[in-house]
Design a protein around this ligand. Structure first.
Ligand code: NAI
Ligand code: MG
Length: 359
């Protein structure tokens, strides 16, 4: 098993270090190699995703990724900005399926912005298509408006596009994931207004015929945004396009208490995947040793489960995380009255201790 480790910027190196200590505690036979990415790679090599870093990622079974970005790179031209590294990795490795589980841990029910009864026991899985949609569609650009309300004015445009095979493959991923859960899929679209999402709805409906054991319903994205805060537990697996998935998964993140708790997996057609916390590089708290490492540690658990065929080791990480929360240990982002505030390193220590105790 080969793992490429790309810590990145800001809190990235701090939280990835804890995930590595947790993986080491499991004593599994893997090789690990690190490379710079994002702003760190720009500083060292003049590019956010150097050839050597990309090759390391391509040759690995899995990539463990921290986060990239810092305000100090805001004035760089777009192609050199740290965030281009993650877009480049998704594209180059063909990582079209993004899994974002939103689980509200029982001990953190009070940390959610919603009423406890709405989030207690919450466990939903958002599956976002990651390599198509308006984020990548061509043509895009700026021009003088050829028509419309202000002909001749400066205008910018992007293009929303999906092909049938792109929608089919993400729909299969969603139905297969639902088979292992409560056998319900909600497909989120905007078919009432957008042709792209009429095709989306048609294709998902067609693919559903191959999964008669899974219940499918369709929801418009504006209603889905509302239902997610009104009654989130009505959802199980949610499948949607790149842009709607970006927005809805951040919304779902907040239901669970903190973005510092949320892992993610981005998978391609083989079992290769990139695993990263759902949050960014948090420059406001970088270097202070206070970042929550649990999202990254839980991402490492997803890596063991999806790419490295080590489901039992993944279970051990997840129960260790529940154990430290039950002990009352909290980083600042999830701290509340009556619990013990700990730093990044101490949180990592506690997870390692919970794992080694159980062996
Ligand atoms: P962010 O997710 O980095 O931070 C948002 C807020 O959440 C901040 O107050 C931060 O302190 C807090 N936070 C995030 N992770 C935390 C953790 N593990 N523990 C405790 N608190 C945590 O988003 P923001 O501030 O919008 O972006 C910062 C930089 O990160 C930008 O350069 C952005 O482009 C980049 N970014 C990178 C991503 C990636 O690498 N995949 C994803 C999202 C943003
Ligand atoms: Mg986002």
């Amino acid at each position: 098993m080969k793992i490429a480790v790309l810590p990145g910027d800001g809190i990235g190196p701090e939280i990835v270090a804890e995930a590595i200590r947790v993986l080491d505690a499991l004593e599994l036979p893997y090789e690990m190699e690190s490379a710079p990415v994002g702003g760190a790679a720009y500083e060292a090599h003049g590019h956010p995703l150097p050839e050597t870093t990309l090759k390391l990622a391509k040759d690995a079974d899995a990539v463990l990724f921290g986060a990239v970005g810092d305000w100090k790179y805001d004035r760089l031209e777009r192609s050199l900005r740290p965030e281009q590294a993650i877009l480049g990795l998704r594209k180059s490795l063909g990582l079209f399926a993004n899994f974002r589980p939103a689980i509200c841990y029982e001990q953190l029910v009070g940390a959610s912005s919603l009423k406890p009864e709405l989030v207690s026991g919450l466990d939903i899985l958002i599956i976002r298509e990651l390599t198509g949609d308006i984020y990548f569609g061509q043509p895009r650009g700026r021009r003088s408006a050829p028509d419309g309300h202000f002909p001749g004015a400066e205008e910018a445009f992007d293009t929303m596009r999906y092909t049938r095979p792109e929608i089919e493959r993400i729909a299969h991923v969603a139905f297969q994931a639902a088979r292992k859960r409560s056998k319900r899929v909600t497909s989120v679209d905007k078919a009432n207004v957008l042709e792209t999402f009429q095709l989306w709805k048609d294709v998902v409906t067609d693919v559903a015929k191959e999964y008669p054991d899974v219940a499918l319903d369709h929801m418009y994205v504006d209603n889905a945004a509302m239902q997610l805060v009104k009654d989130p537990k009505k959802f199980d697996v949610v499948v949607t396009g790149n842009m709607f998935g970006d927005i809805l998964s951040d919304e779902a993140a907040m239901l669970t208490g903190s973005i510092g708790m949320l892992p993610s997996a981005s998978l391609n057609a083989s079992s290769q995947g990139l695993y990263e916390p759902s949050h960014g590089s948090a420059p406001d708290i970088a270097g202070k040793g206070v970042a929550n490492p649990l999202a990254t540690i839980l991402s490492a658990a997803m890596m063991l489960r999806f790419s490295l065929n080590q489901a039992e080791a993944a279970d051990r990480i997840e129960s260790a995380v529940k154990h430290v929360l039950a002990q009352g240990l909290r980083t600042a982002d999830i701290w509340s009255e009556g619990t013990t505030k700990v730093g990044t390193r101490e949180m990592g220590d506690a997870v390692v201790a919970a794992i080694t105790k159980k062996t």
